[in-house]
Ligand binder design. Structure first.
Ligand code: TTP
Ligand code: MG
Length: 242
C-alpha cells in the first residue's frame, strides 16, 4: 500500500502580489497516494494557481500546504523537484536535446527509461521519426516540435523523474478523445502508487477519478465522485451539461 505523496492543503488563501482580491479563498483538501484527484471548474477559477502552490512557485498568505506531513516551504528546490512533477498548462522545453529535456529531473535515467516514458506519453512515434531521435535539438521557441508534442515531452519528462506527486494542468484537453483515453490508461500504470492531481476541462477525463474537486471563484464548491456530484452539485451538473 503506497504511503508517500499525500498532499494536504489547509485553509489556503492566496492572492498574487499587488492584487486586491485573493485568487484562492480558504481552500482545503487531501489528495491521497495511489489515487487520482481531479479538479474541474470554469476559466479563472484558480486551478493553475492551486497547482502552483503545491509545486511551491508561490507561498500562501494564509494556511498550509504539506506533502507527507512536511510543509512544502521546508523543502529545498532540489528536493521539491524529486517530490513534485508538474506538467504545466503551457508546456515548455529547455534549450538542448530531447534527451536532455527528458532527463531533467533524473540525469542518470537510461535511454530505455526515456523510451518507456515516451511510449506511455504517446510521444515515442514522433521522436523516432526525428532524424536524430533523442539527440534531436529543441529550443524554447523552436518550431520543430509542435504544441501537442511539447506537451507529451513534458509528460514524459515528469514520468522519468518518478516523483511522489504528479500535477497535470490541463494536459489532456487538446488531445482527441481516443488518444486521451490511451494516454491516461498507460499513465494509470506508470504512476501507480503516486498521488495524481489532474486539472481537466472534459468530464470524460475525470469521470473515473477517485475524488473530484469542483472549483468556482477561488473556492472548492463541491467534492465527491462523479456520481455523487451529479446527485448533489449544481455547478458540476452545469459543467457536465455544457
Ligand atoms: P488561474 O489559476 O490561472 O485560473 P484557472 O487555471 O482555473 O483558469 P484556466 O481554466 O483558464 O486555466 O487564474 C485565477 C485568477 O488568477 C485569474 O483571475 C487570473 C489570476 N492570475 C494572476 O493574476 N496571475 C497569474 O500569474 C495567474 C496564473 C493567474
Ligand atoms: Mg489554468
Amino acid at each position: 500500500v503506497p504511503t508517500a505523496g499525500r498532499v494536504e492543503l489547509r485553509d489556503v488563501t492566496f492572492g498574487y502580489p499587488g492584487a486586491e482580491r485573493p485568487v484562492l479563498d480558504g481552500v482545503s483538501f487531501v489528495a491521497e497516494p495511489g489515487q487520482t484527484t481531479a479538479i474541474i471548474g470554469s476559466t479563472g477559477a484558480g486551478k493553475t494557481t492551486l497547482l502552483s502552490l503545491v509545486s511551491r512557485q508561490y507561498d500562501p498568505q494564509q494556511g498550509s500546504v504539506a506533502i507527507d506531513g512536511v510543509s512544502v516551504s521546508d523543502l529545498g528546490r532540489h528536493e521539491m523537484a524529486s517530490v513534485v512533477g508538474l506538467i504545466p498548462q503551457k508546456p515548455y522545453l529547455f534549450s538542448g536535446t530531447i534527451g536532455s529535456n527528458l532527463r531533467f529531473g533524473r540525469p542518470e535515467a537510461t535511454d530505455a527509461e526515456l523510451w518507456e516514458a515516451l511510449r506511455v506519453a504517446q510521444g515515442a512515434d514522433f521522436v523516432r521519426e526525428k532524424t536524430h531521435g533523442l539527440d534531436e535539438r529543441v529550443s524554447q521557441g523552436g518550431t520543430n516540435v509542435s504544441g501537442g508534442q511539447r506537451q507529451r515531452l513534458c509528460i514524459a519528462r515528469a514520468l522519468v523523474a518518478r516523483p511522489r506527486v504528479y500535477l497535470f494542468d490541463d494536459s489532456f484537453s487538446a488531445l482527441d478523445v481516443a488518444t486521451d483515453a490511451r494516454l491516461r490508461e498507460g499513465l494509470g500504470e506508470a504512476t501507480a502508487g503516486a498521488t495524481v492531481i489532474i486539472v481537466a476541462q472534459r468530464v470524460s477525463t475525470i469521470r473515473s477519478a477517485d475524488q473530484i474537486l469542483v472549483m468556482d471563484g477561488g473556492a472548492v464548491v463541491g467534492r465527491g465522485t462523479h456520481d455523487e456530484l451529479l446527485e448533489s452539485n449544481e455547478t458540476y451538473r452545469e459543467i457536465v451539461e455544457s
